[in-house]
Structures are given as structure tokens and as C-alpha cells.
Design a protein around this ligand. Structure first.
Ligand code: PGA
Length: 274
């Protein structure tokens, strides 16, 4: 099996989206990450600052640029959307797809969720799939987010929910294309809440994703796909999560807004035994 290089991706969400804020944060990320090798670092800022960061990063080998969403059409009357080709031109190489804050399967507010998690933009497994296919065609690497809600976990349906999301996302994607796909397991109840999934359970569910990939493709392909954990990952819990055999990195929200915390997590990933 090929060694999987850890990937640490920062999801800035709707933060640090002014040129001044983004310039300041990326400057710190660049300086603090100097000398790190052995882990890939990606930042996913708001789209308003992609070109700004492209200019600053200048094709940096250490820090790559990601987008938070993509549309599947190349051009046309799709108000507010960004095509894969536009994102590629803006220097993007990774794109988050199907983040729980964009998925619409919650329908209406459920009492189990904090307000902050209840944003929904109507994303479905089918739209996630279209976006992944279109991103791959433009040489972008999709980071496909999957995860169960608290009520799904309490009902005991976690594994089935995850398997359905993985399968739904990959319709029509070939074995060769799978080398460009990354998954992120993000239990919805652990995002932005300070609640982390235990490292054993996070590893187990990442293993469920890998087993699903093995069923859909083959064991070798499943063994090369990187699976990240996301949900309240911070410097003090990162090592314990990252050392797990099925966890190949992190998708970091809140802690990615502080360069020191973000890079501490990247250093934890880079220092893992290979
Ligand atoms: P969090 O967010 O690290 O703030 O929990 C993770 C994410 O939503 O990707």
C-alpha cells in the first residue's frame, strides 16, 4: 500500500474574507509553516480573497489553496455560483464539497442542533456527486464531506448514513479518478461545538468509509484515498486523532483561524511516524 501523505485543510468558512484579514492570516500561516514537510497544508478562504491569496502564495509548495464550494456548470445563468474552471484560474487545487453547513437533508431546524449548524443550502448526495465529477474534470481535487447528525447517531444509523453518502458522491467516478479524491468525516454534532468524537470512534467511522470504498472499487484504491477527520480538532486533541490508522489528516474550522493553532496541528501531522 502506498503511504498516504497527511493533509491538513483549514476551512475558514465566512471568516477572514476581506483582503486585509486574509493577507494577515496567510502571512502568519506561511511564516509559521516554514520548514514543515511531510504534511500537505491547504487553506479554504472565502472566494472573495482567492485571487489575493493566489498572488501571495505564488504557487507555494507548502500551502495550497482550496475553495469551500463549486458549481458543476462551466458558465451560464447561475447567479452566485462559481465554476470549477473559475476556481482553477483563481489558484485553487482542492475544493470542499458537501460540507454539512451546505447539505439540505436536515430540512428544518431540529432541536438537537445549535443554531450555528442549522444552515442549509439544499445540498444533496446527487448535487455533491455532480460537483465532484465537474471538479475532477477541471483537475480540482474534491474533499467530499460526510457525517451523521446527532439524531442519526442516537438512532444507531451512523454507518448506513455514511455509506449512503459515500456511495452517492461517487457515482460515475472511475478508479483512476479516485487518486484525486479526499474524504472528510465530520460528525455534524461535533462541528463548531467543542465536542470531539473520540479518536477510536472517529477512526472506526473513517474505517467504515474505507470499507465502503473497498466495496465500490477495490482494497488497493481504498488504501490510497485520504480520509480526514473534522469537528473541533485543536492542537490539544490533534495528535491522538491523527495517529489513528484510518485518519489521514484534518479538516479544521475554528482552529484554522488562528495560525498558531492551525500550524500546531499541521506539525502534529507532519511528525507522525511514516
Ligand atoms: P470546527 O469545524 O473545526 O470548527 O469544528 C470543522 C468544519 O466544519 O469543517
Amino acid at each position: 500500500m502506498l503511504k498516504r501523505t497527511p493533509l491538513i485543510a483549514g476551512n475558514w468558512k465566512m471568516n477572514k474574507g476581506t483582503a486585509a484579514e486574509a493577507t494577515a492570516l496567510i502571512g502568519e500561516v506561511l511564516s509559521k509553516s516554514e520548514g514543515i514537510s511531510g504534511a500537505e497544508i491547504v487553506v479554504c478562504p472565502p472566494s472573495t480573497v482567492l485571487y489575493t491569496l493566489k498572488g501571495i502564495l505564488g504557487g507555494s509548495e507548502r500551502v495550497a489553496l482550496g475553495a469551500q464550494d463549486v458549481y458543476w456548470k462551466s458558465a451560464g445563468a447561475y447567479t452566485g455560483q462559481l465554476s470549477p474552471e473559475m476556481l482553477a484560474d483563481a489558484g485553487v487545487s482542492y475544493v470542499l464539497i458537501g460540507h454539512s453547513e451546505r447539505r439540505g437533508r436536515f430540512g428544518v431546524a431540529e432541536p438537537d442542533f445549535t443554531e450555528g449548524i442549522l444552515k442549509h443550502f439544499g445540498e444533496t448526495d446527487a448535487s455533491v456527486n455532480r460537483k465532484a465529477v465537474a471538479a475532477l474534470a477541471a483537475n480540482l481535487k474534491p474533499v467530499i464531506c460526510v457525517g451523521e447528525t446527532l439524531s442519526e447517531r442516537e438512532e444507531g444509523t451512523t454507518d448506513g448514513v455514511i455509506q449512503a453518502q459515500v456511495e452517492g458522491a461517487l457515482d460515475g467516478i472511475s478508479t483512476t479518478q479516485m487518486t484525486h479524491i479526499v474524504f472528510a468525516y465530520e460528525p455534524v454534532w461535533a462541528i463548531g461545538t467543542g465536542k470531539t468524537c473520540s479518536s477510536d470512534e472517529a477512526d472506526r467511522v473513517c474505517g467504515v468509509i474505507r470499507a465502503a470504498l473497498s466495496d465500490l472499487y477495490d482494497a488497493e484504491t481504498a488504501g490510497t484515498v485520504r480520509i480526514l477527520y473534522g469537528g473541533s480538532m485543536k492542537p490539544d486533541n490533534a495528535s491522538e486523532l491523527l495517529v489513528q490508522p484510518n485518519i489521514d489528516g484534518g479538516l479544521i474550522g475554528g482552529a484554522s483561524l488562528k495560525a498558531g493553532d492551525f500550524i500546531a496541528i499541521a506539525k502534529a501531522a507532519a511528525s507522525l511516524p511514516s
